[in-house]
Write a new protein. Structure first.
Length: 147
C-alpha cells in the first residue's frame, strides 16, 4: 500500500491535482472518494477525467441525481458514481456497478463507504478534507491510498 498527501488552495489547484492523480490511477481501478458534502470530490473528478482525456473539467458534473456519469476517453473510461441517495444493497445492485469494471475503466465512487461490498472491491481511496479558514482560504487536504 502506498499513501501520498497533497494540499490544494483553490478549485483550480484541486482540478490540476486530479490531472496529476490520473497518472497514478492506471485502470482497472475502483476508487472510493471520501469526504463531507462540499469537500471537493466532484472538483477532483473534473481533473481526473481531464487527465484521462475522457472529458473537459467544464463537462464533469455531480451525478447526485443521475447516480452514474460515464466519460469515455481514447484509452480509459471514467465512471463517476454518487451513492449519496442510494440507501440499500438492493438499490446498489440495480446500478450494475460490477458491469462497469473493465480493463480500461476507472470507477470513482462517492459515498461508497456506505456499502461494505464496495470497500472489498476498492483498490484505491481518496480522502478529501476541507481545512480552510480565514487565513488559509479554500484549503483542502487530499490523501491518496493505493492498495
Amino acid at each position: 500500500m502506498s499513501t501520498q498527501e497533497f494540499t490544494t488552495h483553490s478549485a483550480e489547484e484541486t482540478i490540476a491535482l486530479g490531472r496529476k492523480l490520473a497518472g497514478m490511477l492506471a485502470p482497472p481501478k475502483v476508487v472510493l472518494l471520501r469526504g463531507e458534502l462540499g469537500a471537493g470530490k466532484t472538483t477532483l473528478v473534473k481533473g481526473i477525467a481531464e487527465g484521462f482525456q475522457a472529458a473537459s473539467a467544464d463537462n464533469v458534473t455531480s451525478p447526485t441525481f443521475t447516480l452514474v456519469h460515464e466519460y469515455r476517453g481514447p484509452e480509459v473510461n471514467v465512471y463517476h458514481i454518487d451513492l449519496y441517495r442510494v440507501d440499500t444493497p438492493r438499490q446498489l445492485e440495480t446500478l450494475g456497478i460490477d458491469d462497469l469494471i473493465a480493463e480500461n475503466s476507472v470507477l470513482l465512487i462517492e459515498w461508497g463507504d456506505k456499502f461494505p461490498s464496495l470497500q472489498r472491491d476498492q483498490n484505491a481511496e481518496i480522502t478529501l478534507k476541507h481545512s480552510g479558514n480565514e487565513r488559509t482560504g479554500d484549503e483542502r487536504r487530499i490523501q491518496l491510498r493505493i492498495y
